[in-house]
Design a protein around this ligand. Sequence first.
Ligand code: SAM
Length: 352
Amino acid sequence: MSAKVPLDMLGTPAPGPHSALRAPHSALVDTFGRVHSNLRISVTDRCNLRCTYCMPEDVVFMDRSELLSFEEITHFVRVAAPLGIDKVRLTGGEPLMRKHLDRLIRMVVEVPGIKDVGLTTNGLLLADRAQEFYDAGLRRINISLDTLDAGRFRALSRRDGLEQVLEGIAGAKKAGFHPIKVNAVVIRGLNDVDVVPLARFAREHGLEMRYIEYMPIGAEAWERDKVYFAHEILEQIEREVAPLAPAKDYDPRAPAMEFRYADGRGSVGIIASISRPFCMSCNRVRLTSEGKLRNCLFALNEVDVKPLLRGTPDDTRLAEIIRQNVWDKWEGHEINTARFVKPQRTMHAIGG
Ligand code: SAM
């Protein structure tokens, strides 16, 4: 008999709006009382895969001169840290497409107040670079892998590369990364058959598996029917792999619902953006590779901060803009309503 996962305990707190307040001068807080400490930085929109759910095949990448330099990115982090940002994740596009990424990691790790630097990568180029990233101070790494089947890998990413990703995971282990999180987007009818093999693979290799519900942020028309929901993933794992229980340090504010195997052999996270949106506990802001500040993955407005980083920097103004951008954050993405509007940028150009 499998232990039932008590899904009711997964609710998020729901603070009300405080719109009568004015933007405060210290912490990055919005009108719903959400305090922001987490910054995701896209270092490039380029990618060596073309995942169907993420980007178009015939994508036109930005001119490299558009991209923020490592110095400009670090400058942004230096201004954001005293406002309360203490956690940074480097992403893309594919962040390893950016040369000398280890230099940026080192620069961000050294910013006073930054406690945690992570990287999200497709792993293709990771095998030879993992050690230098570790040596630069990176400790948290998420590697995206949607299937262990080479044919489905090609169908989903429009490229070959499964073996390279597996080598990348092995390279990350060898370099000393622990834990290593493996992210899989699950799309009904495409790779829901991979949920169980991936769970077994992760248990066998000491990896933390994280399943992500398919979101409307790619180039293709999104169909709700194709979302393979959190409860389906959990039921399948409990039925075919092993019983799960909520993780001991379960944090209802974190985007991932965390579970551990009852037998102690590993854990599973689920990012249920569709079936259990976590907007009311969102603490993230995003900086795109060309310097646009976004207060939500699905934001329809963004603020160009490049002029404040390039040329004559104005840190006071930049701090004000970051505060205001957070203050202006909306309640949530509204994917589950008729009001939802898909942003023009696809995921690869925002930073996942
Ligand atoms: N290239 C890197 C990678 O593959 O991890 C970093 C960028 S990628 C955009 C970051 C994450 O976003 C990946 O785990 C990817 O699977 C996820 N992602 C992209 N499009 C998505 C979608 N439509 N729904 C859910 N997750 C998506």
